[in-house]
Design a protein around this ligand. Sequence first.
Ligand SMILES: C[S@@+](CC[C@H](N)C(=O)[O-])C[C@H]1O[C@@H](n2cnc3c(N)ncnc32)[C@H](O)[C@@H]1O
Length: 244
Amino acid sequence: MSEKTHFGFREVEVNKKADHVGEVFHSVAEEYDLMNDAMSFGMHRLWKKILIELSELSEGSVALDIASGTADIPKIINKKFKSVSVHVTDINESMLALGRDRAINENFFKSCNFALASGESLPYQDETFDLVTVGFGLRNFTDKRKGLMEMKRVLKTDGVLLILEFSKPTNSFFSKIYDWYSFNIIPKLGNLLANDSDSYQYLAESIRMHPDQETLKGMVHDSGFSECKFYNLVNGVVAIHKAK
Ligand SMILES: C[S@@+](CC[C@H](N)C(=O)[O-])C[C@H]1O[C@@H](n2cnc3c(N)ncnc32)[C@H](O)[C@@H]1O
């Protein structure tokens, strides 16, 4: 029997998950930024700024952003560090094209190199980067451990890994409100603003299936990182894992 994995709450064949994820992001690409602002009340902008605040980057460093989507994180890096070169990657052509167009339109293209690439099989040599970031991408990977090991491989010895991802609220009352919001409001917003409730139902489900803070920290350690700590944002709705 073929091996299965989860796609939201559904079980799918392992070798089909990337196609399902691909369909979601091709479908939401055009309305992705609008939906991000609407669903998070604009807070994702602050979370990404905090991420780069933790980066330990300095001028002249080389960074890799995995699952870049519309290139929010490369844009913030460029705003803060003009001479950092950022490799901007995504597995999805539609999302990567939006990121590239935005870099051209918003004048940060010069510091970027774009590549269509899976975070689970990175087309870079060992010990290339000072910083690897992945924002709201890891939960979509078919094999998260493989992805984390790839991130470790391409980082320099003292390089920093930063993972920004939905996580588990620490307060049980807040958690109930968040569940209600995720399963009742988010798919409706998706329908209203992006004409696509299914993709946003997947979003809510994929968040619930993603490892919680401590489990992800354990996975990061198992992937070869010796230090890992996490920061909870908005009561743990989102967490940043920082590893070396
Ligand atoms: C929710 S978006 C995040 C975009 C951006 N990083 C942000 O924070 O706004 C998730 C992105 O992950 C990408 N993605 C999904 N699976 C991936 C994989 N295995 N490798 C690289 N990118 C992947 C999708 O194509 C999509 O653009």
